[in-house]
Design a protein around this ligand. Structure first.
Ligand SMILES: *Cc1c(COP(=O)(O)O)cnc(C)c1O
Length: 231
């Protein structure tokens, strides 16, 4: 990889970490915010550069691209998150290669992942993707269906319910973002009362990270601000 590109990744990672620390200091939530590096559409060399700078958790959106990277980088101690849409014919690959799945929105997908998770691996960590704004064009479980799906996942012995994630609409203003993220935070706290394994609220991307952390995110998923624009 061109050294310049690797240098930029290291620099951007440093800036993002510093930004996260600054925003966390202003937030009323006293929680550590984990940085997930979203590496979709970027080459394995970019991931290696981020690894050299101390990054360990990475996320991919497309099954085959993700599986290829997991295999090519199996010399590194990485934690892999699947965050994209998941069809039932691809669940086996995800169950075999990833540590986390953040995009569960249907019982059928959860059931298949549970059945297909290899016995020799730790339970697959699961976040339920929530359509917090009830946007008809968006994927994710509706707010009022979260409890039932969470209950189902919590009964699956090869899955571990860790929390919820959301993606907001692209063209909302900061106030709307804060409101939606706050609704996610209260949903998260309710879920935690019922399921003690819940410890992860994944929200905030390059464009809305500040609002997400201020509203109580403890995991942010950052792609372009670390790796640059995707083609
Ligand atoms: C692509 C993607 C991200 C990262 O988006 P950026 O705007 O590049 O930070 C985060 N979460 C999900 C689900 C994504 O698909």
């Amino acid at each position: 990889m061109v050294t310049k590109v690797a240098e930029n990744i290291v620099k951007s990672l440093g800036q993002i970490r510093q930004e996260i620390d600054e925003i966390t200091a202003q937030s009323r939530f006293n929680e550590t915010v984990r940085l997930l590096a979203v590496s979709k559409k970027h080459p394995v060399e970019a991931i290696r550069a981020a690894y050299e700078a101390g990054q360990r958790e990475f996320a991919e959106n497309y099954v085959q691209e993700g599986v290829d990277k997991v295999e090519q980088l199996n010399d590194l101690d990485l934690v892999w998150h699947f965050i994209g849409p998941l069809q039932s014919n691809k669940t086996k690959l995800v169950a075999e290669h990833f540590d986390w799945v953040q995009s569960i929105e249907r019982e059928k997908i959860a059931r298949r992942l549970n059945e297909q998770r290899p016995e020799n691996l730790a339970p697959l960590n699961v976040l339920l993707q929530v359509n917090i704004d009830n946007d008809p064009n968006k994927s994710g479980v509706q707010k009022h269906d979260v409890n039932a799906l969470a209950e189902f996942v919590s009964q699956c012995s090869h899955l571990k319910l860790r929390g919820i994630m959301t993606i907001l609409e692209a063209d909302t203003n900061e106030n709307q973002q804060l409101n939606s993220f706050a609704a996610m935070r209260s949903l998260y706290e309710q879920l935690q009362q019922m399921h003690p394994s819940v410890d992860t609220l994944s929200m905030g991307m390059s464009g809305d990270m500040r609002q997400a952390i201020l509203a109580g995110a403890n995991m942010v998923r950052i792609g372009s601000a670390i790796f640059g624009q995707r083609e």
